[in-house]
Design a protein around this ligand. Sequence first.
Ligand code: ATR
Length: 271
Amino acid sequence: MLSPHLLGVAGFPVGHSRSPVMHAAALRELRLPWRYLKLPLPPELFAEAARALPAAGYVGVNVTVPHKLAALRLADHSTPTAKAIGAANTLTFTEAGIEADNTDAPGLIGALGESPSGRRALVLGAGGAGRAAAWALREAGAEVSVWNRTPERGRDLAAELGIGYAERAAGVPDLVVNATSVGLDPDISEQRVLEALGLRVREPPAALVDLVYGERETALTAWARRGGSAVVDGLEVLVHQGALSLERWTGRGPPLAAMRAAAAHGGLDIR
Ligand code: ATR
């Protein structure tokens, strides 16, 4: 009997993830008889379960909240990107053991569609997502500042990455990346979002990325679009990070258009 080729996304919760529908479309397009499954793993079971996955036929898994730090810790080998960010979103099971990578960072740069080199970028949020975004933009040559609701956390990240810490009204960035969870509530008003992110008195930037995605356009992207910003939504970033993971597992060029179409029609709401 052929051994199964399984992929999946490990998170807790993971019911909302659009990755399964997106990867299923990609596997169909590539004519690979593989399956991509949801793996709802509570934190106390994550490491043990992840180590058991290769024997169950898994080639690799995506890892999402809250397991990205644990994924890096349990791996036998890690890419320089995953090490530098301190988190992994992609595990690959090989003869040489478990390999950890982070495709969130190159996924963000891919989703931008053009190099941010020389641009002034402001990252809102200093959690895991903010950390990956700030690192990716700095590596790509942008002049990066970070802002965070809890300033100490933002200042610590700024010091660690050698980037600026932005006070609320400081400077006019070319690019703003929302890497906070503000906007995950689909009913939040535009006013509340702008207030929470310190953007209320700002003109929309030339370009805006919102890592939050939902059933409808987020309040933040609606504001930016209305003001003439070039907008990249969270789904586009999801598509690019997923495509890079899939390429790693299959060695095949990922079908971006099929992945984008499937992700847009899936049913959930978190980056
Ligand atoms: P993730 O790994 O997805 O980034 P996280 O580490 O929990 O998740 O980070 C969530 C981010 O959203 C943080 O930057 C958080 O700010 P704090 O460090 O001050 O908690 C930010 N965030 C969450 N709710 C917020 C709100 N209502 N207003 C502004 N920022 C908020």
